[in-house]
Design a protein around this ligand. Structure first.
Ligand SMILES: *Cc1c(COP(=O)(O)O)cnc(C)c1O
Length: 213
């Protein structure tokens, strides 16, 4: 059931678009089913849950931290995290760099851009992101691989389209100078639209694993 759902989603998008299976709140058993089908990318939004699942599951899983990350918790995921999607402050970026150095690795991250109209969603403005990029080259143990955005919680397609389109334009403007590979946008409800507007990484939870409590 879960695996069939994931494969259905994969069949509906171009091959260059990767799927992060968002397993937050879901049991280890569910993740094992998906892992056994050959899928390796999973997303969590809480550090403690991410660490527990990392401990319990095969070590070749690529763990994506997709939620808001507090600086004092970076150290727990720094040894193993595959990609941190939600970098939304320069201080957080510096802390990830520091923990990367301690673990002798380069940690891949995305800058989160605030594209939604709601004030509750985290992220940089476009101008702030450009400023961060100017200073980021000096950081040796963190690598900015692209951008992440969460659109407004709405079924207004015109608005969603505008938010995704703006992010895609900004990504395209800066992609080559920064050697970016990843534009992470699109969730269960809006991934088709996001992909049609340039996303190459979608983060899908409830559509794969069923609704969360
Ligand atoms: C929970 C979550 C998702 C997945 O949401 P669904 O609507 O269940 O697909 C994607 N991105 C982030 C940042 C999330 O927190």
């Amino acid at each position: 059931m879960i695996v069939a759902k994931l494969n259905q989603i994969k069949d509906s998008i171009p091959e260059n678009v990767s799927v992060v299976a968002v397993s937050k709140t879901k049991p280890v058993n569910d993740i094992e089913q998906v892992y056994n089908s050959g899928h390796l990318d999973f997303g969590e939004n809480k550090v403690q849950e991410l660490c527990q699942k990392y401990e319990a599951l095969p070590k070749d899983i690529r763990w994506h931290m997709i939620g808001h990350l507090q600086r004092n918790k970076v150290k727990y995921i720094a040894p193993f995290v595959h990609l941190i999607h939600g970098v939304d402050s320069e201080r957080l970026l510096n802390e990830i760099n520091k923990q990367g150095a301690k673990n002798n690795r380069v940690i891949n991250v995305l800058l989160q851009i605030h594209i939604a109209e709601e004030s509750t969603k985290f992220g940089f403005s476009y101008d702030e992101a450009e400023t961060v990029l100017l200073n980021a080259n000096a950081l040796e143990n963190v690598r900015i691989n692209g951008l992440m955005g969460m659109a407004s919680y709405t079924d207004n397609t015109i608005q969603l389209k505008r938010e995704f389109q703006d992010l895609n334009n900004f990504y395209n403007k800066l992609q080559s100078t920064n050697n970016w590979t990843t534009l992470s946008m699109g969730m269960s409800n809006d991934y088709r639209l996001a992909v049609s507007l340039g996303s190459n990484m979608i983060r899908v939870g409830s559509l794969i694993f069923g609704s969360r409590n």
